[in-house]
Design a protein around this ligand. Structure first.
Ligand code: PBG
Length: 344
């Protein structure tokens, strides 16, 4: 090779009009042409609750994630608000003695979620509170609906979900988020909320929720792992399906959902893209417990750079068309974004 060619000039040079690498040569140029950006406003923080006070209990399968008693949950949420996180999503781990076949606690006015909701709305009114509508934290069998024989019964479950949603709205929930996948629940909940004067309460529908192995650590966190009888494939979606997701989203939007969600997140980015393109409705993705656990476990083993993997995975949701992401990384990511660290 001649000296000139070695310098990238002269005889060995390709006659290229287009050299895409020009736009990647420097940090400032990469920033200039970057198409998508993660923002603190894109983050929703799911957090776990337990009874008691002064408690912050680690979830073993989710390093860095805790179950908080209401008093400490309020403090954690205040910190999230200070970081600029727009909303939190609450998930309770209730005393097993309070769980029964009928999920009675789900619509008890003094239940853990309602207590947390009232306390957060009183102390941190500037943050949005999202409450989960589904019966799994409250049933003795760990299902999202009522069990009759081997069957999760749809319509009887919807009646309980409506009671649960109203109970949460009365406690001050801003967004009701049904994650149960029963048919017709969005319409029933919307009608009941409106009839009670809660027409301003929003609904974020877990519209395309798949029967996924990635929920494992979450079931640990809310204490349903050991109790869950069978699986959830008769109501959560088959991971093999795409068109069905569009039908589910269409139905939830027709029934009055203000926002829709795809769940899990990373393995389902194709669904996020199709839903976002097809409907143009605010579309969210849930980076679920198993996705979080995978990244954390690999990082703890020194197999990948956890912060980089976190930022890259979160940005991927934006690139796929999501308006925002529910992620256990929310506080960590918000801190970095506030320090203008993108790690790309
Ligand atoms: C159930 C519910 C699940 C999650 C949120 N709500 C799990 C399930 O369907 O068993 C999973 C969230 C996560 O894995 O982070 N209503």
């Amino acid at each position: 090779m001649s000296e000139q060619a070695a310098k990238g000039q002269g005889a060995g040079r390709l006659n290229l009009l287009h050299r895409p690498r020009r736009n990647r040569r420097s940090e400032w140029a990469r920033r200039l042409v970057r198409e998508h950006r993660l923002d603190v406003s894109d983050l929703i923080w799911p957090l776990f609750l337990i009874e008691g006070s002064g408690l912050q209990e680690p979830v073993p399968s989710m390093p860095g994630v805790f179950r908080y008693s209401v008093d400490l949950a309020v403090e954690a949420v205040a910190q999230a608000a200070a970081l600029g996180i727009p909303a939190v999503a609450l998930f309770p781990n209730i005393d097993p003695a309070l769980r029964d076949e009928r999920a009675s606690q789900a619509h008890h006015p003094e239940n853990l979620v309602c207590a947390a909701c009232r306390a957060i709305k009183a102390d941190v009114p500037e943050i949005g509170v999202i409450t989960d509508v589904a019966l799994d934290p409250y049933t003795s069998h760990g299902h999202d609906g009522l069990l009759e024989g081997d069957e999760i019964v749809n319509d009887a479950t919807v009646a309980v979900l409506v009671a649960q949603a109203l109970n949460q709205a009365r406690a001050g929930a801003d967004i009701i988020a049904p994650s149960d996948m029963m048919d017709g629940r969005i319409g029933a909940i919307r009608a009941a909320l409106d009839a009670e004067g809660f027409e301003q309460v929003q609904i974020m529908a877990y519209a395309a929720k798949y029967a996924s192995a990635f929920y494992g650590p979450f079931r640990d966190a809310i204490g349903t792992k050991k109790t869950l009888r069978g699986d959830k494939r008769s109501y959560q979606m088959d991971p093999a399906n795409t068109n069905e997701a569009l039908r589910e989203v269409a139905l939830d939007l027709e029934q009055g959902a203000d926002m829709v969600m795809v769940k899990p997140g990373m393995p389902y980015l194709d669904i996020v893209r199709r839903v976002a393109d097809e409907f143009g409705a605010p579309t969210f993705a849930y980076q679920v417990s198993g996705e979080y656990a995978m990244i954390m476990a690999a990082a703890q083993n020194g197999w990948l750079d956890g912060d980089r993997a976190m930022m890259e995975s979160l940005l991927a949701f934006k690139r796929a068309g999501a308006k925002g992401v529910l992620t256990y990384f929310a506080p960590r990511a918000a801190e970095m974004l506030n320090r203008k660290i993108e790690l790309l």
